[in-house]
Write a protein that binds this ligand. Sequence first.
Ligand code: SAH
Length: 281
Amino acid sequence: MSEAKGTLSVVGIGPGADGHTTPEALHAISEADLVVGYTTYVKLVRHLIEGKEVIRTGMTEEIGRARAAIDRARAGARVALISSGDAGVYGMAGLVFQVLREIGWKRGESPELRIIPGITALNSCASLVGAPLVHDFCAISLSDLLTPWEVIARRIEAAACADFVIGLYNPASGRRTRQIVEAQAIIRRHRDGTTPVALVKSAYRKLQSVVLTDLDRFLDYEIGMLTTVLVGSSNTFVFEGYMVTPRGYTNKYTLEGEVLPGQRPGRSLVVAGAIAGPETD
Ligand code: SAH
């Protein structure tokens, strides 16, 4: 290993390109000597990496990608390992730590690690349909390549039963089509068929598509690898083509900010010039 200390930036590039990539992520990519990533994501940032060395690999070669990035950074290179969305949400960040642990890396040694956050699919997809995640929500990946289906099914059941808004990542692929059908059946046992469901495909990319439908009908539409499925809670409603989950305080306050009978007002800091009323964040 060389003396020079390298850096490994684990970069979430957000849903598509540029406008929704943070300046910090763009900076890490532009200052890198080497960019490593799945071919599709490398393509999304190709205008930033002209003249740079690039290692692009297929979806199933994730361990090889993480190892290559770590080896080169350890030896002194500035490496950007890119993931779509946020690298820490079903992305490469976990694998990086697994490999680092395996090779006995210690904090302070080369490479220096930087984890750069990105807008995850749940956020980008939610923004395209309205405000579905304003109350408690959870994310579940339907990919059973690395997690046994019984574990996934138990989590869907628990989330459905506890009335979370549910964001389903990896809902289906060409070969994997059964999971989303089973997920629908599990959730349907706990929620009305009219519960709003949004299907967002390729958010903020060229082939973006958004479908707003409901729990009984969403399987009639195309769902693939680039789709995120958002299933509303029992409070979620549709308004002017938007999917909205209220924060919950309409049960406590009128929209004019008055306290409803039987409710105690929440305390809020009064700042000169601030709008009086319920806390909004
Ligand atoms: N690290 C990524 C998630 C990778 S798992 C993130 O934080 O977003 C891959 C799954 O993410 C896809 O199957 C899809 O469900 C979701 N996804 C990623 N990018 C998306 C996009 N632009 N539009 C819709 N869904 C997306």
